[in-house]
Ligand binder design. Structure first.
Ligand SMILES: *Cc1c(COP(=O)(O)O)cnc(C)c1O
Length: 392
């Protein structure tokens, strides 16, 4: 027996259960088409909503910044000083979001860990949507606060949970995803805000899939619902629609100042690199300049979803460019994904535990980078495979 035998056994059981993660290798830039494991395929997988991951202006800004400022920030910002680019990025993000202040992190994941653990502790309570993202769940656990889950997208359930438990705690936080990435549905933020206001509780939304997608020119879920000044904390990521890397927390200046003092991933981990920060700034330039890419994203998504429905597919409850194609059991979803890949379409199957048992699906990620010919090619592949496997 060796100390790692248990790991080998666990890995084997993952393989047997069909839950082992096989990671494909991409040898091309991100875009509408990819070279995946040596094969050229249509990309229906990535979060590159606006096609910015390989945008020439963004790549040029990153290169220019390296010539001027090098690459690494070389230390934690609070210890060795922060680079002007990071300060500028935070100012530009705050202006873009229409909030008082913003702070950036290495990723959306660390932004959630930092924020939740800085705002609540062991005497406090968090009301968390049952389907919140893993990074929210981890942030909640890290905080040591009591975690009370409310039913997904159900402000009534939230209200009932608060009413039944709030009195026993010092402080409280309500936290929800803005867009839920498995189904593409949107949190009913106006109603959640009413509950937060009724009990005077801090409200936090993680808008990772709404940043650059929802609202005017991609300003996010708060803008989408016209809730400016009402949601206390907006977490976002620059790794999805922005096409780069990095997390952001936007809100009032007191909360942001607190995160600069108490957000542990800010205090104990270095910031994103110089070209990352410069690339994020260039992404904001593009978004502020025109709504063209965001408009294209939505018209592409509208077209694709309507055509999929006409073909007879069930695209679930999506209200966003995330398009789940509901198939039922995981083996069918996996086979569907394999067949699609054979016909030149890269779209991932998602099964338990990522989604509930019996709700396995292919998740199609539509992008502004897709041309209408690309979308038609994808629809043709879905039709072919759907008929072959008896789904439609
Ligand atoms: C993707 C995602 C994150 C993580 O963002 P990264 O910047 O990739 O770390 C956090 N929250 C939600 C809801 C996400 O979808």
């Amino acid at each position: 027996m060796s100390k790692t035998d248990w790991i080998t056994q666990e890995l084997d059981s993952l393989r047997q259960a069909g839950l082992y993660n096989r990671i494909r290798t991409i040898s091309s830039p991100q875009g509408a088409w990819l070279v995946v494991d040596g094969k050229r395929v249509l990309n229906f997988c990535s979060n590159n909503y606006l096609g910015l991951a390989n945008h020439p202006d963004i790549a040029a800004a990153a290169k220019k910044s390296i010539d001027a400022m090098g690459v690494g920030p070389a230390a934690v910002r609070s210890i060795a000083g922060t680079m002007s680019l990071h300060v500028e990025l935070e100012k530009r993000l705050a202006a873009f979001k229409g909030v008082e202040a913003a702070i950036t992190f290495q990723s959306g994941f660390t932004a959630n860990l930092a924020t939740i653990a800085a705002l609540v502790g062991k005497d406090d309570v968090i009301y968390s949507d049952r389907l919140n993202h893993a990074s929210i769940i981890d942030g909640c656990r890290l905080s040591g606060a009591k975690i009370i889950a409310y039913d997904h997208n159900d402000p009534k359930s939230l209200d009932e949970q608060i009413k039944a438990s709030l009195a026993g705690f010092r402080r409280a936080l309500i936290v929800t995803d803005g867009v839920f990435s498995m189904d593409g549905d949107i949190a009913p933020l106006p109603e959640i805000y009413e509950v937060a206001k009724k009990y005077d509780i801090l409200l936090m939304v993680d808008d990772a899939h709404g940043e650059g997608v929802l609202g005017k020119g991609g300003r996010g879920i708060v803008d989408h619902f016209g809730l400016h000044g009402k949601v206390d904390i907006e977490v976002g990521t620059m790794s999805k629609a922005f096409g780069v890397m990095g997390g952001v927390v936007a809100g009032n200046s007191v909360i942001i100042e607190w995160l600069r003092q108490r957000g542990r991933p800010f205090l104990f981990s270095s910031a994103v690199t110089v070209p990352d920060a410069a690339a994020c700034l260039a992404a904001i330039d593009i978004l502020e300049d025109s709504t063209q890419l965001v408009d294209k994203l939505w018209s592409n998504a509208g077209y694709f979803k309507a055509e999929m429905k006409t073909l007879g597919f069930n695209t679930g409850a999506s209200e966003t460019p995330i398009t789940p194609v509901m198939l039922g059991e995981a083996p069918l979803a996996q086979e569907f994904s394999r067949e699609l890949f054979e016909t030149g379409v890269f779209a991932m199957a998602l099964g338990f535990p990522t989604v509930p048992q019996g709700k396995a699906r292919i998740r199609v990620m539509i992008s502004a980078a897709h041309s209408s010919a690309d979308l038609d090619k994808g629809l043709e592949a879905f039709k072919l495979v759907g008929k072959k496997l008896g789904v439609i």
